[in-house]
Design a protein around this ligand. Sequence first.
Ligand code: NAD
Length: 258
Amino acid sequence: MAGQFSGKVAVVTGAASGMGRASALAFAREGAKVIVADVVVAGGEETVRMVTAAGGDALFVKTDVSKAAEVKALIDKAVATYGRLDYAHNNAGIEGTVAPTADYTEEEWQRVLNVNLTGVWLCIKYEILQMRTQGGGAIVNTASIAGLTGFENFPAYTAAKHGVVGLTKAAALEYAKAGIRINAVCPGAVRTPMNERLIGGDPKVAAQMDAMQPLGRRGTSEEIAEVVVWLCSRAASFVTGLPMAVDGGMLSGMKAGE
Ligand code: NAD
């Protein structure tokens, strides 16, 4: 498809669902060829079908982002298929068990850190190794507002997402002169399968969550995808190392009377 990313190649992890799927579709709409990465095969293949149906070009590569060999194979496959790698949206993530810090098991702590933090680091590592050979690129990591403020009963998630923000800043400094911009998007409450799991499919809880938002509603995956595309675009050429809240105003402060 013709567009601002025509001739470019993008990798999106966690692209079988939610924000990753929306991001894959948005990159394709802008003309990029897209590598859809996820552990879930059916959802990943469905995203590819959606991209193709919209006139784009995409490929699914089953990838567990917490496994170095699989991440390396993902980037190798992207380059072998499409010849280059220009953009990456490191978005795969899990919410983990909802429990306070002292009730967390070591196993669950490690599982959440492995996917949400080590997974992002592994992706950045192999993406940078390729982008360096091409003279540049742009990477967006999905953190969360839980990467900017505490999130009760999500200790591993909060720690991992703060880690993603820190890693984004450090890596952005290291590779700025190599022409690689690295930013993070920090979504607030967004209506995705993950969000649905957290509210347990309860319309009352959903309504409460909407009412808590300054804009009076949760965000959509497409609203996050637009920011990811913008951060990768030439329009954001002076933006790097930024953890950007896309949260409908949630982190702006408390409303009077609360
Ligand atoms: P989602 O559950 O719909 O999508 C997450 C995707 O990641 C799934 O397709 C899942 O299969 C994939 N995934 C999980 N573990 C993986 C692994 N090891 N390797 C590869 N893929 C893996 O959730 P979403 O809401 O679209 O979440 C996307 C990102 O946004 C996550 O990093 C999440 O933490 C973050 N986030 C979500 C919200 C929200 O309100 N939904 C808010 C802030 C941040």
